[in-house]
Write a protein that binds this ligand. Sequence first.
Ligand code: NIG
Ligand code: FE
Length: 415
Amino acid sequence: MQKQTLIGPFSQVVTMANLPLKGALKDDQLQVIPEGGILIKDTIIEAIGNFTELQEKYKTAEVIPLKGKHVCLPGFIDAHTHICFGGTRANDYAMRNAGKTYLEIAKAGGGIWGTVTQTRKATQEELTKNTIKRANRHLKNGVTTIEVKSGYGLSIAEELKMLYAIEDANNASLSDLIPTCLAAHMLPKDYEGSEEEYLEEISTQLFPLLKEKNLTNRIDAFIEESAFSKEQIAPYFKKAKDLGFDITVHADQFSTSGSQTAIDNNAVSADHLEASTEKEITLLAKSNVISIALPGASLGLGYAFTPARKILDAGGALAIASDHNPGSAPMGDLLTQAFILGAFEKLTNAEVLAGITHRAAASLNLEDRGQLAKGFLADMSVFHTNNYNEILYNQGNLKPCMVWKNGTLVYDKHK
Ligand code: NIG
Ligand code: FE
């Protein structure tokens, strides 16, 4: 028989189980187990409940005793990042805050293209190393699953280099990295052809390679005036869906039409949505597309937050992600950003926590995580407090003291 491990007692285990995927949540909908214990077998949660009762029932389990106050939550899930990149955009940031326009910054060698240039200069090994470093920082902040996009390569060879780097980083890091191909981030400046020709080339030549080499099952596109239109992307997404890829969209960041694109293409998520109006909010709420708010991008650009309250009140599903990238969201601190969105948008703690656990898992089509319940992965973030409300009350300043990934203690502040 495999070894069983019982951890506890926790002052509270907040399971995030049995919550609806869509709509507003009240804090009293959260399942909170006082004096809780979690029984792990291998990588999976075998049982969860009162610690003393579990100890009596599973007498042979090895006990990992906890002293003092501890609150346990599922490991957090960051469903939208761009943490595989070369270089920095500190100069862009300074220029933007000094009042320079998007065009002036682009002319000075900045913007997305600035990162493409720097990422192309980096070797695959350097990209892997950078990605692992950033993923490990997220892990210490309780994030055990991180979606990572390509999109700074923008040619077949360079997109492949990024996706191989993400694969290598996933193999070498303690967290799970979920890769996404964002070759449709912008028309590369050195491409001699139209948007349509670029998208055709990527979808006919790169997509089959992604499948063959099992590099990703997700395709993303930036729908915006500066990138690709709803009409241009339609054949690209059709091709992707025909090959079995999941679709996700950078939608409604500055202008609307991305959310409609996401709905039309049955996307798993529409991310950003800072510019969404009542019309888009209503359409999204009626659909199966999960809305992902990216407060880190609003903070980086000094721009409006995603209308998260309205999305939830309309009955939509809302996840929250960091968008960690070198340009618009350099901070990369999911919990801090989720707290900020909650404070400005008046979200309940249940809505914020669901946005980085259970609802974030759904946005990545991952059914094995985001909740603490029998059969789920033993991914846990543990905080040194006796009340889960203290976590968001501390505004991102209370960091986990322990993090478990796949049943293994991967971070222990005391050590
Ligand atoms: O999600 N909106 C487009 N793409 C990224 C930003 C990328 C960059 O500026 O490098 C985003 O915010
Ligand atoms: Fe993004």
